[in-house]
Design a protein. Structure first.
Length: 162
């Protein structure tokens, strides 16, 4: 996944290096003109593919980001109430489980490379605000003990928040 982000950030330079290497190699050997054109066409295809992939994933990210933030906004008041709660009523517990599910979905998309690392880091910092509450943390510990949430753990959140 990190390679993908590195490639997206440096695709122009990578393409230029590949193009120079292909061009230099094809120039140094006496290959038919058609193979030379095909080789350079492949380099141009690389540029097109990576740029197209970047645009496609940026659109997907925008859609995911908007959906996740909309769902979070609907929970915001309940989450704020849970921050200082000594105990959680059933309605608040349900809302927190919904929030945990939202966080797990975000984690799943992050793991698949569709959420930018800096966004995931910011979201984890936000998660930590709520997970520092004693009652919220107790519910989180009980919920994550079930093996749910796509492998999202407190350690994952803390590591990403750094």
């Amino acid at each position: 996944m990190r390679f993908k982000w590195w490639l997206f950030d440096n695709f122009l330079w990578v393409g230029l290096v590949i193009g120079a290497g292909v061009g230099g190699f094809l120039y140094s050997v006496d290959w038919p003109k058609e193979l030379t054109i095909a080789g350079l066409g492949s380099v141009l295809g690389y540029f097109y593919f990576v740029q197209r992939q970047r645009l496609s994933e940026a659109q997907l990210f925008k859609d995911l980001f908007s959906e996740f933030n909309e769902r979070y906004d609907e929970m915001n008041d309940d989450l704020a109430a849970a921050l200082d709660a000594e105990s959680l009523d059933p309605g608040l517990k349900k809302r927190l489980v919904d929030y945990f599910n939202l966080c797990a979905e975000e984690f799943l998309y992050y793991q698949r490379g569709y959420i930018y690392p800096e966004v995931w880091q910011a979201w984890c910092r936000g998660m930590l605000q709520y997970l520092r509450g004693r009652a919220v943390r107790a519910l989180w510990d009980a919920e994550t003990g079930t093996g749910s949430y796509y492998g999202l753990t407190m350690e994952e959140i803390e590591d990403a928040a750094r």
